[in-house]
Write a protein that binds this ligand. Structure first.
Ligand SMILES: C[S@@+](CC[C@H](N)C(=O)[O-])C[C@H]1O[C@@H](n2cnc3c(N)ncnc32)[C@H](O)[C@@H]1O
Length: 200
């Protein structure tokens, strides 16, 4: 439990502007290395999230997969191990996250530094197209809906013509539903927070 409290306090304040957001994630990579805790303090949430992602991927054509905002590559590597026949790429704008990711590459993974807002123009990616583009809790880091639309369109550009975009995000409706349920059980609400982490 003490460890859990430490994880939450170190990750509960995702900053507002882009430079600070990048510095925040660089720092998370330096603190947690290749651990899953670098990008999500809740290991139960993480397992459910990965289980759902793998289930959806297995139902789709998945020879080539791009994971946008891949962090230290924890989810990317899990996907690559589950689908060894697939080529799985990961991109993130945090150099420290990508440094961690590249320390543990599998034969079917490659990692690149790129900003979601200019994905289709970035080195190493601009020539490539993917059956599946996945993004897990990256869009929530962008400043506003205008930027999020740019990010979504950039990810769409990375798809082959019949490719699929899988978006996994923290949304207000889900938090509201969870808090309704908590209220019925006599528990206090979890407060929302910009970025990936609820302050609870
Ligand atoms: C909550 S973490 C999720 C990481 C990974 N998808 C996972 O599930 O473990 C959000 C990630 O998005 C990255 N990110 C934030 N803004 C970005 C941007 N503009 N372009 C690329 N990556 C970005 C951060 O560096 C961070 O690694």
């Amino acid at each position: 439990m003490a460890n859990t409290a430490k994880r939450k306090s170190s990750q509960s304040k995702v900053p507002q502007n882009e430079g600070d957001v990048k510095a925040f994630w660089d720092d998370q990579a330096k603190q947690h290395g290749s651990s899953d805790l670098a990008t999500n303090p809740d290991t139960h949430y993480r397992s459910l999230e990965i289980e759902s992602i793998l289930r959806v991927i297995s139902a789709l054509k998945h020879e080539t997969i791009l994971d946008v905002g891949c962090g230290n590559g924890y989810t990317t590597r899990t996907i690559a191990k589950k689908f060894p026949e697939a080529e799985v790429s990961g991109v993130d704008f945090s150099e420290s996250m990508i440094n961690e990711a590249t320390r543990l590459v599998t034969p079917n993974t490659d990692f690149h530094i790129a900003d979601i807002l200019s994905l289709s123009r970035s080195k190493g990616l601009r020539e490539r197209r993917y059956d599946i583009v996945l993004s897990t809790r990256c869009l929530i880091n962008l400043a506003n809906w205008e930027e999020q639309k740019v990010g979504i369109l950039e990810m769409r550009k990375m798809l082959v013509p019949d490719g699929r975009l899988i978006l996994v995000e923290n949304v207000q409706d889900g938090l509201d539903n969870l808090n309704d349920l908590r209220g019925k059980l006599g528990l206090g609400p979890i407060k929302g927070n910009k970025g990936a982490f609820a302050d609870h």
